[in-house]
Design a protein around this ligand. Structure first.
Ligand SMILES: [Fe+2]
Ligand SMILES: [Fe+2]
Length: 492
């Protein structure tokens, strides 16, 4: 094996096996107990993680929460549900099962056996990909820290905490890779993942959307719909990676991610349902006075979260993305379903650019536009939820509809940055933008009015007035179920 601490396989045990049964402390399927150096490194990181959780995790004091914990990676029965004190959640390390015959599915190493070690020539790039992914996981926990104080129900409170503990577990997943495969530099990066904090002036999180405040529950639902979905697509590309431990980690993370997006899809849907109900009941769209959120404001929240999430895909054209692909580090969404040569050296595609105040198409090498390729997949997926929400409006007999704004709307990254594009896709001048911004994005007043509706509803089976109850409970429990037991101090 390699003796260079910076590259090569995860370190093997060098001394007598520890008497601490580490499997008890960190559930895992990577045989941590057999690797003493790695085990000790993660042991050293664990209290720092728990300290971070205490300082920047959910602020509402709870006794216990009905949470699912990953206990296996198999197709059936990977999760276990129980009431557990959140700080005792079993954050574990789980990789999807290894396929010993797996080959690299794309790029110039296509067909070679998947790497079980970090290839020296791609070490820096792989580490960067893992750090950027890892940075988003605790960031969202920080952003959502105070939401528990205003939850619309115990059901929603439980879902928030489920998302939070799993984002914490995703951090563990990335930290495991850094510790196991990237030596001292990896361990230093793992420390930094707890030191950068969302919105921190001096040391912010790496990506813009993860420094925005999550001010209220409507934004939380939009976040889990649009921003967790960006996470799904990023994980989907890393799941194709030639670096097998990363691929297997991401494959398992995707299972958990599905619930986060369920929270977003159904959360927005329930807000829309309640809004439709109030509009019909009172015969007006202006339902603030009746304790509901007007559809126009829901649309503005949607516009905001969609546009900042679109920025997470990076510039449409990116040499890095092309290099990651050619090197076999990061694939395309559902790479093996693509009917092409999986090398893309001669393929072209169309992309939009802004020229002389017009949006026009031009042809570019596909390899240079892989961020756009992924973003297009994402956009198509985002449209599904909007259809569902519109179905709720139609079912209520209303003519109003929600829509995804144009891809160029409110963009800070890529070809549209520096241009003003309306939600309908019209390039406008700065004066027009300034005059219309309040119609397109949530104003301070909108946010204040939404915040005013955010009163906690902690009674079993009850829901705040601005949101409908869900169709069903979690894990076949009834909607009326004590999903969360608050600490005495929270009730006082
Ligand atoms: Fe995550
Ligand atoms: Fe997530």
């Amino acid at each position: 094996m390699s003796t260079d601490a910076r590259t090569g396989p995860a370190p093997s045990p060098t001394g007598p096996l520890s008497t601490i049964d580490y499997n008890e402390r960190i559930p895992n399927n990577v045989d941590l107990a057999a690797d003493r150096r790695l085990q000790r490194a993660l042991e050293g990181w664990q209290p720092k993680f728990l300290d971070w959780w205490k300082r920047l995790g959910p602020s509402l004091p709870t006794k216990d929460v009905y949470l699912r914990t990953a206990i296996a990676v198999g197709r059936d029965g990977w999760a276990h549900f129980a009431h557990v004190p959140m700080e005792e959640y079993r954050w574990g390390i789980f990789l999807a099962d290894r396929n010993p015959d797996r080959t690299i599915p794309f790029g110039k190493h296509k067909g070679e056996p998947a790497w079980q070690e970090v290839p020296g020539e791609y070490r820096a790039e792989l580490q960067r990909l893992i750090v950027v992914q890892g940075d988003t996981e605790p960031a969202s926990v920080e952003q959502q820290r105070i939401l528990g104080n205003t939850a619309p129900s115990l059901y929603d409170l439980r879902n928030l905490f489920q998302v939070n503990v799993e984002e914490g577990r995703h951090l563990w997943a990335m930290v495991y890779l850094l510790h196991a495969y990237f030596g001292r530099e990896g361990r230093e990066e793992a420390e930094q993942l707890l030191k950068r904090n969302s919105g921190d002036e001096d040391s912010p999180r790496i990506l813009g959307a993860f420094n925005e405040e999550t001010t209220d529950w409507l934004q939380f639902f939009m976040f889990t719909y649009f921003t967790d979905r960006d996470g799904k697509y990023q994980l989907g590309t890393l799941k194709e990676s030639g670096f097998d431990p990363l691929a297997r980690t991401c494959e398992f993370m995707l299972k958990e991610e599905a619930h986060h997006m369920f929270v977003g899809t159904t959360g927005v849907q329930r807000v829309v349902e309640r809004t439709a109900e109030l509009i019909k009941e009172h015969g007006t769209d202006d339902i603030w006075q009746y304790g509901g959120i007007p559809l126009t404001v829901i649309q503005k929240y949607l516009n905001f979260q969609y546009s900042v999430s679109m920025d997470l895909f990076g510039s449409e054209q990116s040499t890095n993305a092309g290099n990651y692909y050619s090197s076999g580090l990061k694939g395309r969404w559902q790479e093996n379903r693509r009917k092409d040569d999986h090398e893309l050296l001669t393929s072209e595609r169309l992309m939009n650019v802004v020229e002389d105040g017009q949006i026009v198409e031009k042809s570019v090498p596909l390899l240079s536009a892989l961020n756009l390729d992924l973003r297009d997949e994402y956009v198509a997926d985002c449209a599904n939820g909007v259809r569902r929400w519109n179905q709720a409006l139609e079912d209520a007999g209303l003519d109003e509809r929600l829509f995804l704004p144009h891809e160029g709307f409110h963009r800070a990254v890529g070809v549209y940055s520096g241009h003003y594009v309306s939600p309908e896709g019209e390039v406008v001048d700065e004066a027009t933008w300034e005059a219309r911004e309040g119609d397109w994005l949530p104003s301070d007043e909108d946010r204040r009015a939404v915040a005013a509706l955010m009163v906690p509803e902690y009674e079993v089976g009850k829901f705040a007035g601005w949101i409908a109850a869900p169709q069903a409970g979690i894990n076949e429990q009834p909607v009326e179920f004590d999903y969360v037991h608050l600490a005495e101090e929270a009730l006082a």
